[in-house]
Design a protein around this ligand. Structure first.
Ligand code: SF4
Ligand code: SF4
Ligand code: SF4
Ligand code: FES
Length: 688
């Protein structure tokens, strides 16, 4: 008998030994055939059908893991029929799968920062690891931990027990400790010789600079302001983000070799064309620095100013003449920053004029409450009708009284004027904080959108100019929170790196499994209160610009992090199932349809609670039987079995049963064999 055989796979001549399976020969010749239930240590089983291939002359598809190859056989591993069959198999598996690939906190973060990962690291006392995890996605954790309105916390599942984890402040805690201990920077790749110019040194520009520099590119950031930091420096007051914290994180980025040039304005110091020609790629991160006008008569009077301009002047050490009575118009975080800054500058009465009610305010509740504690007076359901002056200076503001009508497109109830009802406030200054927009002067030639700001592709960040990319507040939807710009900038840096290496970005929306849970699921969890950030008392803090938060104590931070439910799957990076799901571009809508839109019959999903060193999550089990066969064929114990028939098949006995506990040798081979996250080695169990 011939010992060497040849098989033609996808047109490639592959050699192997007689007796080998098609899967073995393909793998040995560098051809990937997806598989879930195959394991080289075990006998062939053939359950998942993912490894099917098409053989010339065979009407049936063959399972590559259990089909012995024939000399001269012609095989296709990615034919249309094969792909369709595999896709159906994975769809069926995923439609009966109940697990969270990623924690809800991670999914809710615009920059996809692995909040679960760093919260868990903080719980273990490993702050450096926490910062390492954060910096995979976000290079300025001490700043962002202080100022981010934390959408991650809005998604946090701990709310089903009582309150969300204080994720942002934990980031601030770990980042401060690591900075005090000398900081952390990941290793940098060798120099590529490519040059990238970044316009704008705010959170977006600095993030792009950080990740492109780590890739070995020579990066220069230019900025029109005297120092780097953008809105973090000139738009966020010192009492929320001390400049020394920002300086430390900017210096860390500069230490990677990023060249930083301030007081550098495109259109004045160089033309955009000249700048562009000096680099292999350019990233625009110019931000939105112009306040939107209120749009009522009297706006031209002295004493009316934009919120961003006001905050910038204060950040630059100027003392704008605001007088004793200040009205801040708007309900977002800039309005909160402006009113609290006005209090600190000594204004006696500071009003916030907002056309809806407190419930609709976009500002964070904490900011609203803290401003109130500092004496800010809210004028809800009012809107400026006219700013009245005397000798060219503001004297009064006439407010139209409003009421809430029907919901608008945003779902919030629309404010409508109450006819003939007005109120007048004596004021010395009016600050407009109703939004901001980008100034694109100097960037002529770049395509703008209907809003008059830069049009950039939402997944590749390309602009209409080759080699020019754009992120952040000056693009597409306009101004948003810093973490949005940071998320875009990191993804953009990835695209720019590929571009500099002559590659295109393949865009594919990642398919993820999301667990369905309700508060009942957590009914027996002990309720633990969320840690409260210690702050300086209002009477003291309202007179100065020193930071108002005092930071978590170590004991507070560790206890707070330990509340985390560790929602996302421990196996996400290794899981073969989710890898296959994405290889075959599964559509969430189709999975929902197969599930019967919540009406279909699914296997019960539960976690076995008291176990040996292994924990099993039934919702993630695909019944591939590898754990059972591993325990039997390799370990020789045969403790586990696949019991029941058809739909009711399950693994028995459960790991907490006495016969398992008695017989199990804690070899962990079953967990290692599991292709999904269904079996987990319990870390604390191993440490004991
Ligand atoms: S087992 Fe795989 S598919 Fe399931 S939740 Fe974990 S990573 Fe996602
Ligand atoms: S409990 Fe932990 S893992 Fe779950 S969403 Fe909250 S922070 Fe993330
Ligand atoms: S628990 Fe066992 S049967 Fe279930 S997916 Fe893991 S290895 Fe397969
Ligand atoms: S049937 Fe071949 S790997 Fe599952």
């Amino acid at each position: 008998m011939k010992t060497r055989i040849k098989v033609i796979i996808n047109g490639k001549i592959c050699t192997g030994r007689a007796g080998q399976t098609l899967l073995e020969i393909a793998q040995n010749n560098g051809i990937e055939i997806p598989n879930l239930c195959h394991n080289g240590e075990l006998k062939h089983y053939g359950g998942c059908s993912l490894c099917v291939v098409e053989a010339e002359g065979s009407p049936k598809l063959l399972r590559a893991c259990s089909t012995v190859a024939q000399d001269g056989q012609v095989i296709y591993t990615e034919s249309e029929r094969v792909v369709r069959t595999r896709k159906t198999s994975i769809e069926l598996l995923m439609s009966d799968h109940d697990g969270d690939c990623r924690g809800p906190c991670v999914l809710n973060c615009p920059a996809s920062v692995n909040a679960q990962g760093y919260v868990q690291a903080i719980a273990r006392g490993d702050d450096k690891e926490a910062v390492r995890i954060i910096k995979e996605r976000l290079p300025m954790p001490a700043c962002i931990g202080r100022v981010c309105p934390h959408p991650c916390e809005d998604g946090c599942r701990r709310q089903m027990v009582e309150e969300s984890i204080s994720i942002a402040y934990l980031k601030y805690f770990a980042a401060d400790r690591v900075i005090q201990a000398g900081g952390y920077l990941p290793p940098k790749a060798a120099a590529t010789g490519k040059r990238v110019g970044i316009i704008g040194g705010g959170p977006g520009g600095l993030t792009a600079a950080y990740y492109l520099s780590l890739k070995g590119h020579r990066v220069t950031v230019v900025d029109a302001m005297p120092q780097m930091g953008g809105m973090l420096r000139y738009g966020i007051p010192e009492y929320r983000l001390p400049k020394r914290v920002l300086d430390e994180e900017v210096a860390e980025i500069a230490s990677l070799g990023v060249e930083m040039k301030n007081n550098f304005r495109i259109g004045r110091d160089v033309t955009f064309e000249e700048f562009k020609n000096s680099y292999d790629a350019v990233v625009l991160a110019i931000g939105a620095w112009e306040s939107m006008p209120i749009g009522c008569p009297g706006e031209e009077l002295d004493g009316v100013m934009g919120g961003i301009d006001f905050l910038r002047q204060v950040a630059m050490g100027e003392k704008p003449a605001i007088g004793d009575q200040v009205a801040v118009v708007g309900g977002g975080n800039t309005a909160m920053d402006a009113c609290r800054t006005a209090v600190r500058l000594g204004a006696k009465e500071v009003y916030v004029v907002y056309r809806r009610t407190e419930a609709e305010m976009p500002a964070e509740q904490l900011e609203i409450d803290e401003a109130r504690e500092e004496g800010v007076i809210y004028k809800f359901l009012t809107n400026p009708a006219e700013i009245i002056g005397e000798n060219g200076r503001v004297k009064e503001i006439k407010l139209q009284v409003m009421e809430l009508g029907e919901p608008d497109e945003s779902g919030r109830r629309r404010p409508v004027p109450v006819e003939g009802k007005f109120e007048t406030l004596p004021v010395t200054c009016v600050i407009s904080a109703i939004g901001q927009k980008a100034n694109v002067a100097g960037f002529e030639g770049i395509e703008l959108n209907r809003k008059g700001i830069i049009s950039a592709d939402e997944t590749s960040y390309r602009t209409s100019m080759p080699g020019v990319f754009a992120v952040g507040d000056a693009t597409n939807q306009g101004a948003s929170i810093a973490i949005e710009a940071i998320g875009e900038a990191r993804r953009c840096a990835k695209v720019v790196d590929l571009y500099l290496n002559g590659m295109q970005v393949p865009y594919q929306k990642t398919y993820l499994s999301v667990k369905k849970v309700s508060p009942e699921y957590f009914a027996d969890y002990i309720k633990l209160p969320r840690a409260k950030m210690p702050t300086r008392p209002p009477e003291e803090r309202k007179h100065d610009f020193q930071e108002i938060n005092l930071g978590f104590s170590e004991a507070q931070a560790r206890a707070e992090a330990a509340r985390c439910l560790d929602c996302g799957c421990h196996d996400f990076a290794e899981c073969k199932l989710i890898r296959c799901a994405n290889l075959y571009e599964l559509q969430p809508e189709r999975i929902e349809r197969i599930k019967g839109n919540g009406k279909g019959k699914l296997h019960p999903s539960y976690k076995e609670k008291r176990l040996v060193a292994i924990e099993r999550d039934q919702g993630k089990c695909i019944l591939c039987g590898q754990c059972v066969r591993m325990c039997d064929e390799v370990v020789g114990k045969g403790i586990l079995g696949l019991v029941g028939r058809g739909f009711d098949t399950t693994i028995r006995p459960e790991f907490q049963q006495s016969n398992v506990i008695r017989e199990c040798v804690d070899c962990l081979k079953c967990a290692e064999a599991c292709p999904t996250g269904a079996l987990r080695i319990r870390e604390n169990e191993l440490e004991e």
